[in-house]
Design a protein around this ligand. Structure first.
Ligand SMILES: Nc1ncnc2c1ncn2[C@@H]1O[C@H](COP(=O)(O)OP(=O)(O)OP(=O)(O)O)[C@@H](O)[C@H]1O
Ligand SMILES: [Mg+2]
Length: 502
């Protein structure tokens, strides 16, 4: 089974050529001979008419014309007078002939070579100038002739003969020629058909290939078909379709990806919300149950000593303070994270702020026996930000440093300056924070060492407040484990005034 359009086209064109050539050959074989004889008759008739009109009874008048006609038409001509005597004969030998139509009846005797009586008798009856065609047979040569017989004006009879075999031969040659030429045409035509079908189907195959790639979402290939015909237009349409599909699918993919990201974000927010609620309830449960327990204790042991009652009240007090701090921090955090919170930016001196905070903490440092070292780059440095919030960041770092400083008891506050930023570091000697916890520190309620955190009453909210404040300032923050301790840092934008940089 031939399936490809290329093979079909090739077969179709080749078959068409074969049909045409065959038809030509059949028509030639059937009709060429008749056509040829017909034409010959016309030519002979024309010549005969000329001679009839020229002949006045004297052969020498038309001798030249007769010779010419005989040569041109390839015939032999003879003229006989009323008695059957030859008075003119063209160069060729006159045949020994008889009427081929009734050859069986009128066989001439071998000793009488010029037995032409029957023709002469018949021809004498013809009207003058009337052309007659007959098929005559040369008995000796066994050749059939197409013979034109005409009675001339003075009663003489002219016969012009053309051998039929030469006509048949010419037809045969023509037919053979048709076969040879036809074979060549079919051969060359099939090569042409092959090349044409290749050229014709190449762009279709290209379009097909591109369509297949498009089905696999590969839009990189483009149709290179040129021209304004239907196939050229098909190529252009495929290119257009490919481009449109490419953009549509890319867009769809982007949207899909965004949707997936949004869903993931939503899921994380939901998870965080649940975690947050459970953390808050967990943190509230301990002080609340302590308060409840000690309040019940107070009620049931009213009669106990003053000292005991004071202790009970003290515990209730401490727990309330802790709860108050928790609620305050939570409110603070939710306020900053709400998205509606506006930071109140202004220019202020960060060195001054650091010194101010350190002065506030002086008594605590002394009480905790902490040695504070500072390494600041000058006396003033003007930055731009929300001073109250930046103070909160700083105090959160310092509180943490105090709570986590080890037996070396050193806290070091340094600052460094960049072209447009100031970086403040709060370092304390102590244990390194595990690497996998470094990122999680900034999540609310995250604590590395829960026992230690509980000891100083931390809730794990301080650093998430730092993160929220720094995010609002669009400034960086971070933590790193360095030699003998931990370094927390934050950045703040500097005011670009060289005079203030120091
Ligand atoms: N300087 C530090 N050295 C070692 N670990 C630290 C340091 N600062 C913070 N951490 C760890 O990070 C955790 C989170 O700190 P964060 O300030 O958010 O909460 P907290 O100090 O425990 O409580 P809060 O600040 O709410 O009172 C702490 O529980 C602690 O485990
Ligand atoms: Mg803290």
């Amino acid at each position: 089974m031939i399936k490809s359009i290329r093979a079909k086209l090739f077969m179709f064109i080749t078959l068409l050529l074969i049909c045409f050539i065959s038809l030509l050959w059949i028509l030639n074989s059937m009709y060429l001979e008749k056509y040829y004889i017909n034409k010959k008759k016309n030519i002979l008739t024309q010549n005969a008419n000329t001679i009839v009109s020229m002949y006045k009874g004297n052969i020498s008048d038309i001798q030249n014309e007769l010779d010419r006609t005989a040569n041109i038409t390839g015939s032999n001509i003879d003229i006989r007078d009323k008695n059957g005597k030859i008075i003119y004969m063209s160069a060729r030998r006159p045949p020994e002939e008889k009427n081929s139509n009734n050859s069986s009846q009128q066989k001439p005797p071998p000793d009488k070579p010029h037995n032409l009586d029957d023709y002469d008798t018949k021809a004498k009856e013809y009207p003058v100038g009337k052309i007659h065609f007959e098929n005559r047979m040369d008995v000796q040569m066994k050749i059939e002739f197409l013979t034109l017989v005409v009675k001339l004006s003075n009663g003489d009879v002219m016969a012009t003969r053309v051998p039929l075999v030469s006509i048949k031969e010419s037809v045969d040659i023509a037919n053979r020629f048709v076969i040879i030429i036809g074979s060549i045409i079919i051969f060359l035509g099939s090569i042409g058909a092959y090349l044409f079908s290749r050229k014709f189907t190449k762009p279709i195959l290209e379009v097909n290939n591109i369509a297949r790639n498009m089905a696999k979402f590969d839009f990189s290939q483009k149709c290179s078909i040129s021209g304004n015909d239907e196939i050229g237009q098909l190529g252009q349409s495929v290119n257009y379709l490919s481009e449109e599909l490419d953009t549509a699918i890319t867009e769809l993919n982007e949207k899909n990806q965004k949707l997936e990201e949004d869903i993931e974000k939503e899921r994380k927010i939901d998870e965080m919300r649940k975690e947050f609620i459970s953390s808050v309830s967990h943190e509230l449960r301990t002080p609340l149950s302590l308060i409840q327990g000690y309040a019940e204790g107070l009620i049931s042991n009213v009669n106990e000593s003053e000292e005991d009652r004071n202790f009970y009240c003290d515990v209730i007090m401490q727990e309330t303070i802790k709860m108050n701090k928790l609620v305050r921090d939570l409110l603070n955090l939710s306020q900053i994270e709400s998205g509606y919170f506006q930071i109140d930016k202004s220019e202020f001196d960060i060195i001054h702020l650091i010194n101010y905070v350190l002065t506030k903490y002086k008594s605590i440092f002394t009480e905790k026996n902490v040695k504070v070292e500072t390494e600041l780059f000058g006396e003033t440095c003007i930055v731009y930000g929300d001073m109250v919030r930046i103070e909160q960041v700083l105090t959160n770092y310092i509180n943490n440093a105090i709570n986590h400083v080890d037996e070396n008891r050193i806290i070091k506050i340094t600052s460094s300056i960049d072209s447009d930023k100031v970086r403040v570091n709060v370092f304390n000697t102590g244990k390194h924070i595990p690497e996998d916890s470094l990122k999680k520190l900034w999540n609310s309620f995250y604590k590395v060492d829960k026992a230690r955190t509980r000891a100083y009453g931390g809730y794990g909210l301080g650093l998430s407040i730092v993160k929220a404040i720094q995010d609002l300032h669009k400034s960086a923050y971070g933590v790193e484990n360095i030699n003998h301790g931990v370094n927390f840092w934050f950045e703040i934008n500097k005011v670009k005034d060289i005079n203030n940089n120091n």
